[in-house]
Structure formats: structure tokens, C-alpha cells
Design a binder for this molecule. Structure first.
Ligand SMILES: CC(C)(COP(=O)(O)OP(=O)(O)OC[C@H]1O[C@@H](n2cnc3c(N)ncnc32)[C@H](O)[C@@H]1OP(=O)(O)O)[C@@H](O)C(=O)NCCC(=O)NCCS
Length: 157
């Protein structure tokens, strides 16, 4: 147990494989009201620029994330942890991993989109120094909502 009463676990981060596609597609449907289609995950297997990660604990996929680097900037495109495994610092572990990759690639910034009502995600990103850059009006569907574009400056890190 950690000092705040949560159970500490040590999951493993690995690249998504073909065998993960069905599970990730169904997790995506359970977790998001506007889920990515299966094609997005299939494309992730062949798109050399877009990295899809799976986080595994005791051979169970407990989360996943994706990101890419373009024109010297990083973009976090997805991150999700299954409900039973939330608040165990798993998202932090994936974010640390992704930030390590984009910093190594000498990116100056990393961007992401988030629903302004997604308090858990905004709290996570803010704790890493991401701040709101601008909004994309009515970007999300089901329900329609703006996207808050958040950015983290990686200079001096
Ligand atoms: C957002 C999400 C990825 C966080 O995953 P997680 O593994 O539970 O997060 P962590 O345990 O690593 O939390 C790290 C920090 O984020 C913040 N945080 C995470 N969940 C939070 C919540 N429900 N409320 C407030 N802050 C929260 C806290 O600052 C937390 O640090 P603390 O535990 O020391 O307080 C997870 O809630 C999730 O999968 N949500 C659904 C999918 C989603 O919305 N993805 C983001 C799309 S932009």
C-alpha cells in the first residue's frame, strides 16, 4: 500500500500488437462516448509515425495510449485506463514514457485535445504543466463539445 491508501502496482508498457486490436476496440467503446473505430487501431499497426502503446499488468491490458511526432512537435492522441485500474498512477507512467520519447526527439512542445468537462484528464495534464492554448469549437460529438487544446513547453526540460 502507498501512503495515500492506494495499491501500488508496476505495469509494463509495450507496443500494441495485432492480437490487441479487438480488445482495445472494445475498451475504447466502453470508455469513450465517441470511440475511435477499429480502423484507427488497425492503422496504428502500420502507421510508422503513430505509436500505439499498451500497458499490461499480470498479462492483462489495463490501459493504452497513442502519440506521434511531427514537425518537431509531439501530439498525444489517446490515453485511457480501464476503470478498475484508475488512480494507480498508470496514466502517469505512460505519460512519463511518452514525454521521455518526445524529449529525446528534441520536440519543443507536446499538444493534446481534451473535453473541457473531463476533469480527471485535465487534472492529470495540468499536474504535468500542460496549459490551455486554444479551443476548437464543437470538435467532439456525443455530446457536442469544444476541444480544449492543451500544450506543454518542453524547452529547458
Ligand atoms: C484520465 C485517466 C487517463 C487518468 O488515468 P489514471 O491512471 O487513473 O491516472 P493516475 O492514477 O496516473 O493519476 C495521476 C494524476 O491525475 C489526476 N487525476 C487522475 N484521475 C483523477 C480524477 N478522477 N479526479 C481528479 N484528478 C485525477 C491526479 O492529479 C492524479 O494524481 P494523484 O492520484 O496523485 O491525485 C483516466 O481517468 C481515464 O482513462 N479516463 C477515461 C479516458 C479519458 O478521459 N482519457 C483522456 C482523454 S483526453
Amino acid at each position: 500500500m502507498t501512503t495515500d491508501g492506494t495499491t501500488k502496482i508496476d505495469p509494463v508498457i509495450r507496443l500494441m500488437e495485432k492480437k490487441d486490436i479487438d480488445l482495445l476496440t472494445s475498451l475504447e467503446i466502453e470508455i469513450f462516448p465517441d470511440p475511435w473505430p477499429v480502423e484507427a487501431f488497425i492503422d496504428g499497426l502500420t502507421d510508422g509515425n503513430h505509436t500505439f502503446l499498451v500497458v499490461e499488468f499480470e498479462n492483462q491490458a489495463v490501459g493504452y495510449a497513442s502519440f506521434y511526432i511531427e514537425m518537431g512537435e509531439g501530439r498525444l492522441t489517446n490515453i485511457a485506463i480501464i476503470p478498475e485500474f484508475r488512480r494507480k498512477k498508470i496514466a502517469k507512467k505512460i505519460l512519463d514514457y511518452i514525454l521521455g520519447v518526445v524529449k529525446k526527439a528534441m520536440c519543443k512542445y507536446i499538444f493534446l485535445d481534451v473535453r473541457p468537462t473531463n476533469e480527471a484528464a485535465i487534472s492529470l495534464y495540468s499536474s504535468y504543466g500542460f496549459y490551455e492554448a486554444y479551443r476548437r469549437p464543437e470538435y467532439y460529438s456525443n455530446p457536442t463539445e469544444d476541444a480544449m487544446v492543451m500544450v506543454k513547453n518542453l524547452d529547458n526540460e
